[in-house]
Design a protein around this ligand. Structure first.
Ligand code: TYC
Length: 112
């Protein structure tokens, strides 16, 4: 017959099993974000900038006007924050549209 249970059968003394279970969880990396910046100049008409902001950034007329005025007064403003690919596309769209209309409007991006 099997011998009854004794202290020596236990792993860690009277308190029972004290082993620690650890789980490793891979840290999910967030993709970097990029600010799209609009720069002031002396020649691009205000209405054109407002139109650009409405058309390519989905802003309301009031929001677009506000950002245009910020750029006009301060020299630069962040228009939006996007993934690399989206930011790159917005910059290209704005630059191409400005060039086609022969305005010197400048749009750039920088890592947030
Ligand atoms: N400064 C321009 C003007 O007085 C208007 C302007 C605003 C130009 C914003 C560019 O990103 C700009 N006509």
């Amino acid at each position: 017959m099997r011998t009854p249970w004794t202290m020596t059968d236990r792993k860690d003394g009277p308190g029972g099993d004290t082993s620690v279970v650890t789980k490793t969880r891979a840290k999910t990396q967030r993709p970097p974000l990029y600010k799209v910046l609009l720069l002031n100049d002396d020649y691009t008409p205000m209405e054109f900038v407002v139109h650009v902001l409405e058309r390519f950034f989905g802003l309301s007329h009031a929001q677009a006007f506000e950002i245009m005025l910020t750029v006009h007064k301060k020299g630069v403003a962040v228009v939006g924050v996007f993934s690399f690919e989206v930011a790159e596309t917005k910059v290209a769209q704005v630059m191409d549209f400005a060039r086609r209309h022969q305005h010197p409007l400048q749009c750039t991006m920088e890592k947030e």
